[in-house]
Design a protein around this ligand. Structure first.
Ligand code: E4P
Length: 217
C-alpha cells in the first residue's frame, strides 16, 4: 500500500520524504491556505521534494472553470494530479481531463455510488473520506471495503486513496482491505512509528550495552 502525506507544509513534507517511505502528497484548499507563500510555487516545491503524485484541488464549481484550473494545475509539474469534487460538473470535468491524459483525483467521496461514478469517469484516484464519515456516526472503513470489492468486480483501474485518516487503525485496516493508498497528516505518520515496547526495549538494550562496554560511547 502506498503512503501519501496529507499536508501542504514544506518542512513536514521534506522531513518525512527524507525517510524514504512516502509515495505522494495530497493537498486541499484548507491545507494550502494555511501555508505562507504562493500556493502554485508551493505545489511545485512539493513536487520537487516528493517526486510522486501531488494532488492540487480546483476552486471553481463550474465545468469551464474546473477545466481551466485543471489545465493550469496539470501544467505546474508532471507530478501534479488534478483534484476535483464529486459533483456533476466534477465528474464531467474528470472524464474530459482523463480523456486528455491528465490524472484526476475525485475528492469528497462519501458513498459507494459516488465512487462508481468516479471510476466510470476515468479517475486515476478516488478519495473516500473515512474520518469525516466516522465523525457523523457512519462506518468510514466499511465504505472502503465496498469500494475495493466493487472495483475488483469490474477490474476498474481507479486507485482507492483512503482520505481523512485519523488514527493508525484506519491505516492498518485500509491495508488489510487492499486499498491502494492511505493519505495521512504528518502527525499520524509519526504515530505509525510509535510503540511503547519499542521505546522501552531500546532503552534497555542501550543501558545493558553501556554497562558491559562503558567506553563504547
Ligand atoms: C484528502 O485528500 C483530504 O485532503 C483530507 O484527507 C481531508 O482530511 P480531514 O477530514 O481530516 O480534513
Amino acid at each position: 500500500m502506498k503512503l501519501f502525506i496529507d499536508s501542504g507544509n514544506l518542512k513536514d513534507i521534506e522531513a518525512l520524504c527524507a525517510i524514504g517511505i512516502i509515495d505522494g502528497v495530497t493537498t486541499n484548499p484548507t491545507l494550502l491556505a494555511k501555508e505562507p507563500g504562493d500556493y502554485k510555487e508551493n505545489l511545485k516545491k512539493i513536487c520537487a521534494i516528493v517526486q510522486g503524485p501531488v494532488s492540487g484541488e480546483v476552486i471553481s464549481t463550474e465545468f469551464d472553470g474546473m477545466m481551466r484550473e485543471g489545465h493550469d494545475i496539470a501544467a505546474l509539474d508532471e507530478h501534479m494530479v488534478v483534484k476535483l469534487p464529486l459533483t456533476r460538473n466534477g465528474i464531467k470535468a474528470c472524464k474530459a481531463l482523463s480523456d486528455e491524459g491528465i490524472r484526476v483525483n475525485v475528492t469528497l467521496v462519501f458513498s459507494a455510488a459516488q465512487a462508481l461514478l468516479a471510476a466510470k469517469a476515468g479517475a486515476t484516484f478516488v478519495s473516500p473520506f473515512v474520518g469525516r464519515l466516522d465523525d457523523i456516526g457512519q462506518n468510514g472503513m466499511e465504505l472502503i471495503r465496498e469500494i475495493v470489492q466493487m472495483y475488483d468486480n469490474y477490474a476498474f483501474t481507479t486507485e482507492v486513496l483512503v482520505a481523512s485518516c485519523r488514527n493508525p487503525i484506519h491505516v492498518v485496516d485500509a491495508a488489510k482491505m487492499g486499498a491502494n493508498i492511505c493519505t495521512c497528516p504528518p502527525a499520524l505518520i509519526d504515530q505509525l512509528f510509535n510503540h511503547p515496547l519499542t521505546t522501552s526495549g531500546l532503552e534497555r538494550f542501550l543501558k545493558d550495552w553501556e554497562k558491559a562496554y562503558p567506553s563504547a560511547k
